[in-house]
Design a protein around this ligand. Structure first.
Ligand SMILES: [Zn+2]
Length: 299
């Protein structure tokens, strides 16, 4: 019996190991991403979707995962797809799971780019976040070799990057998931990397969010010519998921305010919210976290 249990544990571990190292998926010609990743554990970057756009002149990397280790895994997966030089790294925003792997790509000579506000945020809290990494469910060995690398180029509204035969646009409409959250748009493919402005089938992290600006930003995205959307977390998406994201945020905000007016019990409020929010299969724990960080305690 004990042996059986041990064997099944080994099987489960193997299963996990396999899903933990899903390779990059081809989304469109010359565009790859981890979209569809199911392992949302902290050491696996909370399932964040990084990706690449390959142009004639080189590669643009979108987000770098949570650590040097994770950045190295991403780099090895990139090298299975292309040997072109990695010229640019764009941080859709500078939360740890999207920007702490920057060090791996900066060492290769890539130019790291973000919105000005998120560069400032990383400068302000990056080192402290790395120091207090256990608060995020990570061990110091998970972060071995990780250094905070600030973007060397930043902008405020829009930036175009020319990769030879491909033009990529970076667009930031308003403060949303973070003050400087941006999207990466490939007009020729009607394709968008939405960063954490979109979470699909994954409860969103709202602690640093500006709900009004976020909603306005989603309206801007809905007006764009889009067929494929890669969310910050979750599977390949469409405008339908953007609409649901906006509904989720507005409903969460309205209901959480209502409930927090009469209760200080985060778990109870989260349970009520879960009944009415759009269904999501990943990161249930985020609901109570958002309640605590935005509606009960002070940030
Ligand atoms: Zn984020």
């Amino acid at each position: 019996m004990k042996k059986m249990l041990l064997l099944s544990l080994v099987a489960v571990t193997l299963l996990f190991t396999q899903t933990a190292f899903a390779e990059l998926t081809k989304i469109s010609d010359n565009v790859y991403s981890y979209a569809g990743e199911k392992d949302s554990s902290p050491a696996h970057s909370f399932g964040a979707n990084a990706g690449i756009i390959i142009g004639a002149d080189g590669v643009l990397v979108v987000d770098t995962l949570i650590s040097a280790k994770e950045g190295e895994r991403f780099l090895a997966d990139i090298r299975k797809v292309t040997n072109k030089p990695i010229k640019y790294v764009v941080n859709t925003h500078t939360h740890l799971d999207h920007a702490f792997g920057n060090c791996v790509f900066a060492k290769l000579g890539a130019t790291v780019i973000s919105h000005t506000a998120d560069r400032a945020m990383l400068d302000r809290i990056g080192a402290g976040t790395l120091k207090g990494i256990s608060n995020y469910g990570l061990k110091s060995e998970d972060m071995a070799g990780t250094e905070i690398v600030l973007p060397t180029l930043s902008f405020s509204d829009r930036m175009q990057i020319y990769l030879g035969d491909e033009t990529v646009e970076l667009i930031r409409t308003a403060s949303s998931h973070t003050e400087g959250s941006l999207v990466v748009y490939v007009p020729s493919k009607k394709l968008l990397f939405a960063g954490d402005i979109l979470f699909t089938d994954f409860h969103p992290f709202m602690a640093d969010g500006d709900i009004a600006g976020w909603s306005k930003t989603i309206d801007t995205l809905l007006a764009m010519d889009l067929e494929k959307i890669i969310p910050g977390h979750g599977p390949l998406s469409t405008k339908k998921d953007l609409k649901e994201m906006k509904e989720y945020l507005l409903l969460f905000d309205r209901k959480a305010r209502e409930l927090a007016a009469t209760s200080q019990d985060a778990a109870a409020i989260a349970a009520e919210l879960k009944k009415i929010l759009p269904q999501r299969s990943m990161a249930d724990w985020m609901i109570a976290y958002n309640v605590k960080s935005r509606y009960l305690g002070k940030k």
